[in-house]
Design a protein around this ligand. Structure first.
Ligand SMILES: Nc1ncnc2c1ncn2[C@@H]1O[C@H](COP(=O)(O)OP(=O)(O)OP(=O)(O)O)[C@@H](O)[C@H]1O
Length: 351
């Protein structure tokens, strides 16, 4: 015999799609009428009239039929704003907060380079992690659409939670992370439709539930001075920039173009990072300038800025328990350089 208890028990695993909680637990089942094998339900949810509601409808029907009903009738109603807020939902029609809103105190820091492979992503993830180690609230957007590597570098295996239109970043080492790589399967974008890269970035700013009051948002941009860089310049007129180069003079020459773009658009350049600056022999302590010398200095001079850090060649120690192949521990000699660089960045911005 079908009873209300049996039906409630069958429904407890069905989740309200927007708050991702059991529909029974959030008191969403408002009425259950049973006439022999016919069951009708009145269900309150946080957002009616959405695609998610259609999917939930199917789950509810299956669950009630699984309990023995032959036919199931459903009526949906909208929860009150108070109920929606109580369960952690977004009131329908309310505008989600965006990082581009006025009054947001987050400082955007775009990390750019003239060409690929100079260590821009490595610098981005280690700067973000070091800023978080210094007690700052930090986010990072991996917008390097040609080679999104941030999740792998930080050892992130999970995907962000998506609820309706909202996306929740993954947290790692105290840094909130969003990457193009999270939304790409077999190289075809599943969430970001349309060819506009700027649109994709805009989505990252407006649809992602960043922790309130982020101090810094690091942007790992594609190398070069292409469309995305231009979009960023337009979208974030107050963004600051860090330019990464290797010490080779020609690398610095190419990087200068990225810097000139920043200057043209009035973006403040926080400084230059010279990566792979030298190799330090563990035996003799001597420095070998494997990729040449002077590139960072030359670039800083040209852009009328400083060198924030000169980072030698060297790999992080691998921690099997907490695998993150590109993150240097704070006590690693290169980790210490990143900590000093992060402090310099904070001082420059607070100045
Ligand atoms: N200081 C360093 N010492 C040793 N290896 C490094 C150093 N910095 C970066 N690397 C390595 O160099 C490679 C390129 O680095 P990374 O991916 O950060 O560069 P990128 O400029 O972001 O490249 P792309 O533009 O192709 O994404 C990676 O394998 C990285 O681990």
């Amino acid at each position: 015999m079908l009873t209300q208890e049996k039906i409630l028990d069958a429904l407890k695993d069905v989740k309200e799609p927007f708050v991702n909680k059991s529909i029974v637990e959030i008191d969403g089942i408002r009425e259950i009428n049973i006439k022999e094998n016919l069951v009708s339900l009145k269900v309150a949810i946080t957002q009616v009239g959405t695609q998610e509601q259609m999917m939930m409808q199917q789950q509810l029907v299956n669950a009630v039929k699984g309990a023995g009903a032959e036919s199931v009738g459903l009526r949906f109603e909208q929860m009150t704003d108070e109920e929606v807020a109580k369960h952690g939902g977004q009131a329908p029609g309310s505008q989600p907060k965006s990082l581009l809103d006025e009054g947001v105190k987050t400082t955007f820091i775009a990390v750019t380079s003239g060409k690929g492979g100079v260590g821009k992503s490595t610098v981005s993830v280690n700067l973000a992690t070091s800023l978080a180690r210094l007690g700052k609230k930090v986010g990072i957007i991996d917008a390097d659409i040609y080679g999104f590597s941030v999740p792998d570098m930080m050892g992130i295996e999970e995907k962000p939670k998506v609820q309706g239109e909202r996306i929740f970043p993954v947290e790692r080492f105290g840094v909130q992370v969003i990457s193009m790589g999270f939304f790409v399967q077999d190289n075809s974008p599943i969430i970001w439709r349309g060819p506009m890269l700027g649109k994709m970035l805009n989505n990252f700013f407006t649809q992602v539930e960043w922790d309130e009051d982020l101090d810094y948002l690091i942007l790992d941009l594609p190398p070069g001075t292409g469309d995305v860089a231009l979009d960023v310049h337009q979208m974030l007129p107050s963004s600051k920039e860090i330019i990464v180069t290797t010490p080779h003079p020609t690398a610095a020459f190419v990087a200068a173009r990225a810097g000139v773009m920043a200057l043209k658009t009035d973006h403040e350049i926080l400084g230059v990072v010279e990566n792979m600056a030298y190799f330090k022999s563990q035996l003799t302590g001597e420095k070998e300038f494997v990729f040449g010398q002077g590139g960072g200095e030359r670039l800083a001079k040209e852009l009328k800025t400083d060198i924030l850090a000169q980072i030698p060649l060297g790999q992080p120690e691998i921690d099997e328990e907490d695998f993150a192949p590109s993150i240097y521990a704070p006590e690693h000699s290169i980790g210490e350089i990143y900590m000093k660089m992060a402090q310099k960045v904070i001082d420059k911005i607070d100045k």
